[in-house]
Design a protein around this ligand. Structure first.
Ligand SMILES: CCC/C=C/C(=O)SCCNC(=O)CCNC(=O)[C@H](O)C(C)(C)COP(=O)([O-])OP(=O)([O-])OC[C@H]1O[C@@H](n2cnc3c(N)ncnc32)[C@H](O)[C@@H]1OP(=O)([O-])[O-]
Ligand SMILES: NC(=O)C1=CN([C@@H]2O[C@H](COP(=O)(O)OP(=O)(O)OC[C@H]3O[C@@H](n4cnc5c(N)ncnc54)[C@H](OP(=O)(O)O)[C@@H]3O)[C@@H](O)[C@H]2O)C=CC1
Length: 281
């Protein structure tokens, strides 16, 4: 094996489709030192992994969602690793609740530099069975929630000379798929919103990007899929495995770090190739 090989003695493949290493193996320890990061839905799944990683790289981290029982263990884990964390409840579907959240976090930490719009909701249902309330529950969380947090925290970022916003989209925003009417439309709106924000707020030194996870094994998606992720989906994923929350972490950190200073309005799939066509025809 030559010296330019991607393998080292005893190592697994380093730049292929292997397991994503922990962010501490990839990024500087102090990458987010003196930065304040707000992660919505930061108590579970992808949001939890992201919140813990920011703290590992020096950020003060606020985690917010509806249920304090989801948030407290994350705060405790960050504090046990020597970091600073804070939790408060919010329903992202309610603008007043979101604005109170922003004020509370700014009061606690003195500002917000990074917003991760991660709170989300989904369930699979044939469109003809989708009720107006079902639509509102999902689109209200995904699209209204992302808009409200962006408006509220964005106002603060504009006053404070900049920031970075990352929103969780989904690969279902690219093309319609059965049973995703509410979620797909909401996530498509999220991407479009991030593009508009990126174009308008560059003048305020604010960047905005969308990450589109493919199928990431979390309790949330398993429940949304009806209790189990069907194994046959793997046939459509070139990486031949479902993703993990850890797979999403490096892209979030990259996009909110100075390494992405020239990156805004982008759409980044983290999907093991799921969006690629499986057939030549
Ligand atoms: C590629 C993958 C892309 C994305 C993946 C992810 O996002 S994974 C992340 C996934 N993570 C999460 O989703 C976590 C957060 N999820 C949640 O909080 C809940 O699942 C929620 C979204 C239902 C909202 O809860 P809530 O307390 O606000 O709402 P509620 O209980 O009061 O119901 C409101 C309406 O929805 C209706 N309805 C509900 N379920 C079903 C169903 N299975 N079938 C049909 N309908 C359903 C319910 O009947 C009612 O309408 P109705 O009867 O009044 O006309
Ligand atoms: N896992 C996957 O395969 C994919 C996930 N995504 C997106 O990634 C993000 C994270 O998903 P994942 O980790 O899988 O799922 P989770 O269910 O673990 O995460 C959803 C989070 O959102 C919070 N939340 C839900 N509704 C509200 C609300 N109204 N107000 C405030 N917080 C709320 C929940 O906390 P609480 O219950 O405490 O309010 C929870 O922490 C979501 O945006 C999801 O759509 C996109 C594509 C695929």
């Amino acid at each position: 094996m030559g010296s330019n090989s991607v393998r080292r003695e005893g190592d697994s493949l380093m730049v292929g489709l292997g397991e994503t290493p922990p962010s501490t193996d990839l990024f500087a320890e102090d990458l987010f030192a003196d930065r304040v990061v707000l992660v919505t839905g930061g108590g579970t799944g992808i949001g939890k992994a992201v919140a813990l990683a920011f703290a590992d790289h020096g950020a003060d981290v606020a985690v917010v969602s509806r249920n304090m029982d989801h948030l407290t263990p994350v705060v405790e884990e960050i504090e046990s690793r020597g970091g600073r964390a804070y939790a408060t409840t919010v329903d992202v579907r309610e603008y007043e609740s979101v604005d109170t959240m922003t004020e509370t976090v700014v009061e606690e930490f003195g500002g917000i530099d990074v917003l991760v719009n991660n709170a989300g909701a989904n369930f699979l249902t044939p469109t003809e069975l989708l009720t107006p309330n079902g639509w509102r529950a999902v689109v209200g969380t995904i699209l209204d929630g992302t808009a409200y947090c962006t408006l509220s925290v964005g106002e603060h970022m504009i006053e404070n000379d900049g920031g970075a916003i990352v929103s969780m989209g989904a690969t279902n925003s690219v093309q319609g798929a059965p049973y995703h009417a509410h979620s797909g439309a909401g996530k498509a709106g999220v991407h479009n919103l991030m593009q508009t924000v990126a174009s308008e707020w560059a003048v305020h030194d604010i960047r905005a990007n969308t990450i589109a996870p493919g199928i990431i094994e979390t309790e949330g998606v398993t429940e949304a899929a009806g209790g189990e992720l069907p194994e046959e989906i793997l046939q459509d994923i070139p990486a031949e495995r479902f993703g993990t929350p850890a797979d999403c972490v490096p892209t979030v950190l990259f996009l909110t770090s100075p390494a992405a200073a020239y990156v805004t309005g982008g759409y980044f799939a983290v999907d093991g190739g799921q969006l690629l066509a499986s057939s030549p025809f």
